[in-house]
Design a protein around this ligand. Sequence first.
Ligand code: ZN
Length: 281
Amino acid sequence: MEIAIVTSVWRFLVAFSGLAFFSAMEVSFQFRKPLESRVKHYIRNLFLGLSNGLILHITIGGLIVAYYDVLAKHGIGVLNLLNLDSRTNIILSLIFLDFITYVWHRAYHEVPFLWRLHRVHHSDPDLDVTSASRFHISEVALSSIFKMPAGVLWGPSAIALAVHEAALGAAAQFHHANIRIPKPWESLIRRILVTPDMHHIHHTNKVVETNSNYSNLFSIWDKLFGTYTHLTEHEKIIYGLEEYPRLEEVSFKKLLLMPFGPHCGIGHNGKVTSILERMNK
Ligand SMILES: [Zn+2]
C-alpha cells in the first residue's frame, strides 16, 4: 500500500511539473503556430492522459505495485547478481531501460497489430507538451506489462525504476514540446539527448520519416541501429497521418475507436519485419 501511494504521487508530481515547465516554455519560445486552439488541444490530450492513468490504476494498478514491490524487496536480476552500488545500478538501468523503450517503440511501428494502437499518438496534427500524454489506453497498458519481464531480468532498484519513469516522462514532454532551441545548442544537446527537432521528424506525415528517430531519452539508439533521420527545413513539416488529415477525424471519441478502424490492414511500413533482423542490417 505504501509503495502504491509513493508510486502514484511520484508519477503525478513528475507529470505535473513537466507539464507546467514545458507549457511555460511553449508560451515564451513557441516554434510553430498550432492548427487548432491550444486550449482545445491541451484539454483533449490531457483528458486522454488522465483517463488512461485512472483506468490503468483501476485495472492493472495492483500488478504495477506488485512489480515495484518485487524489485524493492527481492534482489533479483542481472544487476543484483553483480552486486553493484546504488548509483551504478541507476545509471545502467537508465541506459538499459531506455534501450528497451527504443525496441518497444520500434515494434509499435513494425508490427501491424501494435501500429493500430500507436497511430492514435501519431494522429496528432499539432505537437506540444500534451502530445506526450496522447496514447490509446491499450498501448499504455500493453507497454506497462511488456516492460515488467525486462525489469525483472535486468534488476533495477526501485529508485532506478522511479528515475527511469521520471526521465521517460520528462523526455517525452521535452521532445514533443512546441519549442525551438537555438541551433548551436540544439546540435550539442542532440549528441546525447533526443531534442524536439529530432523527435518532430518522427511525427511527420511521411512514412519514411515516421519510421525513424524512435529514441526516447538518449539519441544514440537511432544512430547505432541506422534509424536516425535529420532534416533542416522543419517549417515545412506536416504533422499527423495522411489517412486522418482533418481535425474532425481525430476527435476524442474517434481516437478511442481508432485502433478498430480502417486504413490499417498492414504495418506502417507496409510489411512485418523482424526488429532484430532490421537492427542487424
Ligand atoms: Zn512512434
